[in-house]
Design a protein around this ligand. Structure first.
Ligand code: DGL
Length: 292
């Protein structure tokens, strides 16, 4: 373990030092997907310090049980807190759908401190109805997100006149996590799920990518859809909502350090993360390994 001049959190091997002077915003996903959200957050709010963690070693989360997704997500949240993050964005729909409520209502109050964990479903549901003319929306996500019914519930609160047609796309995250997003297999599975959605709900004019991995398939998704259908990714929506949250919570805003730094951690292979992560993030990333 080594000391760091900047007093920032440092990881050497499986040890880390937590600085009391660095208070970054945490951004979490089961793997690479959250980088599509982090990219927009960092572009909109470049002044803050950030730590990104991809739990690639245990991804995908999409088919896992509530208990497992909660256990993994909470373990990661506790690590972020040790790293000095007062606020963590769960940039993963599956974890937002299956773990966030328990974390916000039970785990955080039991800790008895002022840490905050925010998800991606609520901010998306608050605006998604504004994009549709036909009042028919398609929501594509993992099995976990779709089966949780979270989007049906949340969109209905804000847009009761909008019909939501959900479809789970269980092959998409594995294809992306294994770096096969440009392959013929990706074409095959993108077309298959889109055909299925449109055959069930032909009047859809808006499709929400309710999984932060899916923007990596954006080119292929648009290729197999009629031009009049809008495809919405969440990155910008979540970034705007975070900016609004920080304006409304000055006590949280002032507790964050503003050094403009970014650190990336993965629970799996660092070289793989750097290769694929830079594509998701749109810039080179250099990750450190985290053994949880
Ligand atoms: N990016 C995660 C989401 O938004 C992927 C889920 C997974 O790991 O299956 O749902």
């Amino acid at each position: 373990m080594r000391k760091d001049k900047n007093l920032g959190p440092v990881l050497t091997g499986s040890f880390y030092i937590c600085s009391m002077q660095s208070h970054p915003i945490g951004v979490f996903d089961s793997g690479y997907g959250g980088l599509t959200v982090f990219k927009e957050i960092a572009a909109r709010l470049p002044q803050y310090d950030y730590i990104y963690l991809g739990d690639n070693g245990r991804a995908p989360y999409g088919n896992r049980s509530y208990d497992t997704v909660h256990q993994y997500t909470w373990e990661c949240m506790q690590w972020f807190f040790k790293m000095g993050c007062p606020l963590v964005i769960v940039a993963c729909n599956t974890a937002s759908a299956k773990a966030l409520r328990t974390i916000q209502q039970q785990d955080l109050p039991a800790l008895g401190n002022d840490k905050r964990v925010l998800g991606v479903i609520r901010p998306t549901a608050e605006v998604i109805g504004n994009y549709t003319q036909t009042k028919e929306i398609g929501v594509l996500g993992t099995k976990g997100t779709v089966n949780s019914g979270s989007y049906l519930l949340e969109i209905n609160k804000f847009f009761p006149d909008v019909n939501v047609h959900q479809l789970a796309c269980p092959m998409w995250v594995p294809i992306i996590e294994y770096g096969e997003y440009n392959s013929e297999a990706a074409d095959y599975f993108v077309k298959q799920y889109l055909d299925e959605l449109l055959s069930k709900a032909p009047n859809i004019d808006t499709i929400l990518l309710a999984c932060t991995h899916y923007p990596l398939l954006m080119g292929k998704i648009k290729k197999y859809l009629p031009e009049n259908i809008k495809v919405i990714a969440q990155g910008d929506i979540v970034a705007e909502s975070l900016e609004d949250y920080l304006t409304r919570h000055p006590e949280m805003e002032s507790s964050l350090t503003k050094g403009g730094s970014m650190q990336f951690f993965t629970t799996d292979d660092v070289n793989d993360f750097n290769d694929h992560g830079s594509i998701f993030f749109g810039k080179p990333v250099s990750a450190q390994h985290l053994h949880l």
